[in-house]
Design a binder for this molecule. Structure first.
Ligand code: RUQ
Ligand code: CUA
Ligand code: CA
Length: 624
């Protein structure tokens, strides 16, 4: 072991001891597991060294979709190789594909195309009867209060919705059963209602909302006002209940205020009751938004509030459909809520805490829990830099007073894990093969790259009795969460379909100009707007020159006639900030102002052919 490593480890142990002593959550180390049950993580690490390898040319067994945090994108990885396969721009601008530049992407971004930033945390794949159906992936934008949908057949973002009346969409999950009709998403930050300058000095009049977005139309279906705030969320396997954590029941405006109460809560939403209330017209609308807003504050028939220890974070449904689990963060515990007791709670036959059937102590800073489908749960311990593997039913027995050891193993991860995710864990098909742990710090694991370091996504083999760390993967800011889907559950197309709605508006514009984009290369003038239609076939553009006047607004529309898989062209107009991808059989367009007289070259910037460098043309701009 190098000196550096020793220091790192010492520091880590030392930090651990200190946090226990200062009592952030000291009780976590006291009970629940004996030393015998714990294997050295170094042994585990050595044993699994080759397990994650996928030979060159071989395909992975799982697609992994990673959020890109404040980079705003989504990344596609192969698992278990952890090879990055693709990046899907969502809330960010992307030079390579022209996302945020091309007209098709700007139509999807809509009003929010003016924002260049995003913060994507929680990617989730649409489901039918509790199983991934591979149709869509949905993701939140905390930065600009949006929800986006990615079509998984083309792996492109196809809809983005800004959620009204609220700020900062964080937790996002999908209805699992009978199918993903709703995307449930939590607005984290309470604000005055309406937020038009009133009540700014009165935080007691700030409110936030739980939101349901229709997965097909991407319109906001309804919003429910809650007490406190909202963090993470998950849905059950009956289609009726959704639960969310609240860390700010205090409605504190400062850190210390948000930590002042010993308990916060999990709020449970009754989706059937909410739908009935919407149908019965029991709602208001706020400001200019037409979206039904319902009152789900304490005392409402639409919600129940279950007290749980201090500042909970992750909320996870076990794949057997039995439990919601709230991860304690400032408490060393995970609270297990029995979903089959919720109907009684809504009937007021039991008290909120009667739904709690277990509260195992796992260690310091539990953030997120994931499942293997064999009765075990895996919880990240942020402060301890570990993953705890524990047995759910044993934890429930322990809560009922039996002397049982529910912790099976603690594995060191490097360092400070946030989310973890086991293969297929959010579905009935949870298969307990791989566990990805997204560590917020890499510290000494990689060559230093200046003050900003990568994070570290670790792959752990959980197919056996012991967790085995098999891979370190440096990642750029900041995958919060990921989802692993079996490769056969996703069916991407290989070339674009000519009738794809992604560019239907562009085709409609061409038809209105009387242009058949597959056959014609043509310049159409409409006042000072000029539309330049051209085809592309490697290695040439259909037009090698076109002429416009200084000050014209120029729209270049390119149709890639190549039918060959993987034959993507690009279009870049030098010195005009215009750039886009045109995949095989795709039509794409970009608009810019020809404000400089003279000769301006354009070129193809996706490598397409031996003569790719020569795939060029000139725009001749006549002086005004
Ligand atoms: S949530 S770890 Cu959005 Cu935990 Cu980030
Ligand atoms: Cu076409 Cu490079
Ligand atoms: Ca709190």
């Amino acid at each position: 072991m190098s000196d550096k490593k020793q220091i790192e480890n010492l520091g880590r142990r030392h930090f651990l001891r200190n946090s226990a002593v200062t009592g952030v959550a000291g009780a976590g180390l006291a009970s629940g597991f004996g030393a015998g049950a714990l294997m050295s993580s170094r042994q585990a690490q050595a044993a699994g060294a080759a397990a994650g390898s996928v030979a060159p040319g071989e395909l992975d067994e799982y697609y992994g979709f990673w959020s890109g945090g404040h980079s705003g994108e989504v990344r596609v990885l192969g698992v278990p190789s952890m090879r990055e396969l693709m990046r899907i721009p969502v809330f960010n601008a992307d030079s390579a594909t022209g996302w945020g530049i091309s007209n098709e992407s700007r139509r999807i971004l809509g009003d929010s195309a003016r924002f260049l930033n995003g913060d994507s945390h929680h990617p989730h794949v649409s489901m039918t009867d509790g199983r991934y159906d591979g149709k869509y992936l949905f993701i939140n934008d905390k930065a600009n209060t949006r929800v986006a949908r990615i079509r998984l057949d083309i792996m492109k973002t196809d809809k983005i919705t800004t959620i009204p009346n609220v700020q900062a969409i964080h937790g996002l999950r999908l209805q699992k059963v009978p199918h993903t009709k709703y995307v449930f998403c939590n607005a984290e930050m309470p604000i005055p209602q309406v937020n038009d300058g009133r009540d700014m000095e009165n935080p007691e009049n700030y409110w936030t909302m739980f939101n349901a977005v229709d997965a097909e139309s991407m319109d906001v279906a309804w919003q429910v006002i809650v007490d406190g705030n909202l963090d993470n969320t998950d849905a059950d396997y009956t289609g009726r209940f959704v639960a969310a954590t609240c860390y700010n029941s205090e409605k504190g405006m400062t850190l210390s205020e948000t930590m002042s109460a010993e308990r916060d809560w999990v709020v449970v939403f009754d989706v059937e009751a909410i739908e009935a209330a919407v149908a019965a017209g029991q709602y208001e609308t706020l400001g200019d938004s037409p979206v039904p807003v319902l009152d789900g504050r304490k005392g409402s028939a639409l919600t129940r509030y279950i007290p749980v220890p201090k500042n909970p974070h992750g909320l996870n449904t076990s794949p057997d459909g039995k439990y919601f689990m709230a991860n304690g963060k400032l408490s060393p515990t995970v609270t297990i809520i029995a979903i089959d007791r919720l109907p009684e709670l809504f009937n007021d036959a039991i008290e909120p805490r009667d739904t709690v059937v277990g509260e195992p102590e796992l260690g310091l800073g539990p953030l997120h829990t994931t499942f293997d489908g064999r009765g075990y749960a895996y919880t990240t311990l942020f402060i301890d830099s570990q993953v705890a593997k524990w047995h759910i039913e044993d934890a429930i027995r322990h809560y009922n007073g039996e002397e049982v050891n529910y912790i099976r193993q603690k594995l060191d991860v490097h360092y400070q894990p946030g989310h973890n995710h086991a293969s297929l864990t959010e579905s009935r098909d949870a298969d307990g093969k791989w566990l990805v742990v997204l560590c917020k710090f890499s510290k000494d694991r990689f060559l230093p790259v200046g003050p900003l370091r990568p994070e570290n996504d670790q792959l752990i083999d959980i197919s056996g009795d012991e967790m085995k760390l098999v891979h370190d993967g440096p990642t750029y800011a900041e995958p919060h969460d990921c989802i692993l889907v079996r490769a056969d559950q996703i069916n991407p197309v290989r070339v674009w379909r000519r009738d794809d709605p992604f560019f239907a508006d562009t085709i409609a514009m061409a038809e209105a100009d009387g242009v058949n984009v597959e056959r014609e290369n043509k310049v159409v003038r409409d006042g000072n707007k000029v539309r330049v239609y051209m085809t592309s076939v490697a290695p040439t553009f259909g037009l090698t020159e076109f002429k416009v006047k200084q000050g014209d607004e120029v729209t270049v529309v390119i149709t890639n006639l190549d039918q060959v898989e993987d034959l993507t062209h690009g279009f870049c107009m030098v010195n005009h900030g215009a750039q886009m991808e045109i995949g095989p059989q795709q039509t794409a367009s970009v608009t810019f102002v020809a404000d400089k007289p003279g000769v301006h070259w354009y070129y193809c910037n996706w490598f397409c052919h031996a003569m790719h460098m020569e795939m060029t043309g000139r725009m001749l701009v006549e002086k005004a």
